[in-house]
Design a protein around this ligand. Structure first.
Ligand code: BJW
Ligand code: ZN
Length: 317
């Protein structure tokens, strides 16, 4: 039996044909999803990681969830801000950032809100954040236009501090400061009063909310316009690389078909062989099955070389 230890991550034939196409491609899109950050320790939305306490993460990402229970939704997002700040970009974030620096016609569309691609040094001009950022906040009052970017205060208000197990008399003092895993529904969360939630400093009336795009909301117009401009600059797109996304949420998923309609071949990187784009795979496409953190640096190597340095912009903040 062949040893798995020596098996290459990517079958050589696939790798060779993909890299030949990558090397000659001048217009390349990447569509990124939560699976890109999975090996940085951040959960995905659908599938095993998609439950937060007893709540479906997708159900919490809606304006109606926020209207119904802003405290719960803030606890969910405050936890995610905290987790994203603790996480580190992985080799796939660095590999994509490097490709962006080396290939002029490379544009990245990210559905991720975790800030890991910017922290890996992905140039902002070629990174379009379709669904906003966990570190943007804005007023939830329709009539107030207050917004903030790069708010890394953790917790954003004291009431959203992650509880520790100080109440447990059996733990030593060193352990007493240990944060509880509030994604575990057995951990009791404090009741939050509306007055304890982040409040808009401008109108003083509205609650602040995370600056992310929830279901039923428009994606940021400037971002959509930038992407449209890039797409219509030329009649062709050579390649779209679809990484760690179930590609089921629109309009993001629609960019795969749009790229294909301009001639693009599609390369998918996903741990789940069944998570193909909704319109399926065609002859000439590639499916690289496995962890994005391992596969992405491997398949991009013909352009970016080996990833050696991994500076994290968060350490300079
Ligand atoms: C790994 C891995 C590893 C794991 N390595 N891989 C057309 C048709 C039908 C419906 C619509 C349509 N157009 C619009 C809609 C409605 C709706 C929609 O798409 N619904 C669908 C569910 C059908 N879209 C919207 O509402 C959008 N707005 C809009 O269209 O506005 C116009 C409009 C307004 C009003 C009326 C009408 C039109 C907004 C969508 C916003 C999505 N927001 C969220 C939350 C963001 C904030 C937050 O983070 O909390 O974005 S939902 C959630 O899904 C999040 C993600 O960015 C997004 C995509 O998820 P993603 O990244 O693909 O994650 P998963 O978990 O699904 O997949 C992970 C993948 O990784 C899996 O495949 C794993 O196998 C893989 N994986 N580990 C590689 N290590
Ligand atoms: Zn306001």
């Amino acid at each position: 039996m062949a040893s798995t230890a020596t098996r290459p991550i990517v079958p050589p034939a696939d790798l060779e044909s993909f890299q030949a196409h990558l090397n000659r491609s001048t217009r390349i899109l990447a569509l990124l999803g939560a699976g890109l950050s999975a090996s940085s320790g951040l959960p995905t939305f659908r599938g095993a990681g998609g439950l937060w306490r007893t709540h479906d993460a997708v159900q919490l990402a809606t304006p109606s969830a926020f209207s119904r229970d802003p405290g719960l939704v803030w606890q969910f997002y405050s936890y995610r801000r905290h987790m994203a700040l603790q996480a580190k970009p992985n080799p796939a974030h660095y590999a994509l950032a490097e490709l962006a620096k080396r290939k002029e016609g490379f544009m990245t569309l990210s559905q991720n809100v975790d800030g890991l691609s910017p922290r890996a040094g992905h140039p902002a001009s070629t990174l379009k954040l379709l669904h906003g950022s966990l570190f943007d906040v804005k007023c939830s009052d329709f009539f107030c236009s207050y917004s903030e970017t790069a708010n890394y205060t953790d917790p954003i208000v004291p009431a959203l501090q992650i509880p520790t197990d100080e109440s447990d008399p059996t733990t030593t003092s060193a352990l007493q400061a240990r944060e509880l895993d509030i994604s575990d529904s057995n951990v009791l969360l404090p009741e939050l009063a509306i007055r304890d939630l982040p409040r808009c400093p401008n109108c003083k009336k509205g609650l602040l909310r995370p600056g992310v795009v929830w279901f039923g909301e428009m994606l940021p117009t400037a971002v959509l316009n930038d992407i449209d401009r890039w797409i219509t600059e030329s009649n062709t797109i050579d390649l779209i690389i679809v990484i760690g996304t179930s590609a089921r949420v629109y309009p993001a998923a629609g960019y795969v078909d749009l790229a294909r309609s301009k001639g693009a071949r599609v390369a998918v990187v996903n741990v789940d062989r069944d998570d193909e784009p909704a319109s399926g795979m065609y002859q000439g496409d590639w499916f690289f099955e496995g962890d994005a953190a391992q596969i992405v640096p491997e398949i991009l190597k013909s352009v970016i070389g080996e990833i050696t340095e991994m500076p994290d912009a968060a350490e300079e903040r």
